[in-house]
Design a protein around this ligand. Structure first.
Ligand code: 5AD
Ligand code: SF4
Length: 440
């Protein structure tokens, strides 16, 4: 028997890339690969890249420059680039770094085993097509492999919104939803392997409209189908666009017990002038009214968001409108970024904000968001939450898990296993986690 080959995948960027990396690892498992945690002993290295911000491509090239050295000691080592940088850069990657054997765009992962074989044979292979098929359907699985209690499941890819700052519509292509039966089959398989919580993923997940037995399903209808899966205890979804927050989805937040009270709903900015220039097609006010309706359905829901500061032509007054909106919403968690120019997107051509002013705004926004996050976390002390335990903590007998609000919770002398759900009383709030005690 030949020894298994070792695969090292380095994942950058979003949760969809985490899911893709898992599926690529499973597919290459069929080619005799097992995953390793270090690049040094790998027979194949895959960089699963992200192109959303900053000089992402440059970072990939410098990483590739380092990895190339490993080939000196191990000439059979294969190096691949996957993800959105692969999609955006294509052939250019091999031109600039000839040590790369394989370049594969996000829509072509099902062809990876075949590409790997060609690369083993000494060819340089590249595939960045946008095929018409569901790549996940064609990616091999290892159905019996045991899993941890939480999993991602991509249900939708691509985006048709064309926000003026964003590369996603170009790198991931148009919106495509996976058929519901495939998602349900995959969810049942995950549950059989130990999963208790599934996060449905999509760049614009609430625009989901996958085929069902009697026509297309909305995301809420898909969630209700998943609600029937025995053994699945929790459902989450991310990321949503305010304009696709349909009535049935809002209602599900109030009525579906498995749907967790957490919603990531990016607003990006608080000034209507900037929102318009971002091509967001919602206003600050329509966003706030939408949140009112969501909170009416589920009053304790924790809201999370994304923000961009320093978007072209953002004035201090525009930025103040973002701070005002944040004050009003009270975010439980948030991600904020300085605008970064993405070549090929409409905003790249516009007058840019002074970088020092943008830095200063980012700091002020983050200070406010951190304060809000901390206040909401502190307000959990004394409350009862449900915790899904995921793994042992640093201390003997301690277990770590997440509350329904996605707060990290640790419980000492726990006596529970990964995958158990328990009622927990929160007794203290720490920097990035809560301490709790079991309620029995
Ligand atoms: N610059 C800064 N942030 C960006 N995002 C997307 N494109 C850019 C960009 N060019 C942020 C948005 C989005 C998140 C995934 O990344 O806030 O919601
Ligand atoms: Fe990018 Fe906007 Fe689509 Fe989100 S909704 S992926 S920010 S274009």
């Amino acid at each position: 028997m030949t020894a298994p080959k070792k695969l090292f995948i380095k994942t950058y960027g979003c949760q969809m890339n985490v899911y893709d990396s898992e599926r690529m690892a499973e597919a290459l498992g069929g080619e005799g690969y097992v995953e390793t945690k270090t690049a040094d002993d790998a027979d194949m290295i895959l960089l699963n890249t992200c192109h959303i911000r900053e000089k992402a491509a440059e970072k990939v090239y410098s990483e590739l420059g380092r990895l190339k050295q490993l080939k000196v000691a191990k000439p059979d080592l294969k190096i691949g680039v996957a993800g959105c940088v692969a999609q955006a850069e294509g052939k250019e990657i091999m031109r600039r770094q000839p040590a790369v054997d394989l370049v594969v765009g996000p829509q072509s992962y099902h062809r990876l085993p075949e590409m790997e074989q060609k690369a083993r044979g000494g060819a340089q292979v590249i595939d960045t097509d946008f095929p018409e098929e569901d790549k996940f359907e064609k990616l091999k699985r290892r159905p019996k492999a045991k899993r941890g209690p939480t999993a991602f499941l991509t249900v939708q890819e691509g985006c048709d919104k064309f926000c003026a700052f964003c590369v996603v519509p170009y790198t991931r292509g148009a919106e495509v939803s996976r058929p519901a039966d495939r998602i349900l089959t995959e969810a049942r398989d995950l549950v059989e392997r130990g999963v208790r919580e599934i996060t449905l993923l999509g760049q614009n997940v609430n625009a989901y409209h996958g085929a069902g037995a009697n026509g297309d399903l909305t995301l809420a209808q898909l969630i209700w189908e998943l609600d029937k899966v025995d053994g699945l205890e929790r459902i989450r979804f991310t990321t949503s666009h305010p304009n696709d927050m349909m009535d049935d989805l809002i209602e599900a937040h109030g009525t579906c017990k498995k749907l967790m009270p957490y919603l990531h709903l990016p607003v990006q900015a608080g000034s209507d002038k900037i929102l318009k220039r971002m091509n967001r097609s919602h206003t600050a006010d329509s966003y706030l009214r939408l949140l009112e309706r969501i909170r009416a359905a589920r009053p304790d829901i924790l809201i999370s968001g994304d923000f961009i500061v320093g978007f072209p032509e953002e004035t201090e007054e525009d930025f103040q409108a973002t701070l005002d909106l944040v004050e009003e919403v009270k975010y439980g968690t948030a991600y904020s970024f300085k605008y970064s120019t993405r070549p090929g997107t409409p905003a790249a051509e516009r007058p840019q904000v002074d970088p020092a002013a943008a830095d200063d705004r980012l700091q002020r926004l983050q200070a406010l968001l951190t304060r809000q996050q901390r206040e909401i976390q502190d307000s959990m002390v004394g409350r009862e939450v449900s915790v899904l335990f995921e793994r042992p903590g640093r201390f003997e007998g301690q277990m770590l898990g997440k509350s329904e609000y996605l707060h990290a919770v640790h419980v000492g002398n726990c006596g529970r296993a990964a995958g158990d759900l328990a009622r927990v009383r929160i007794v203290a709030s720490r920097t990035n986690s809560l301490a709790g005690e079991l309620i029995d």
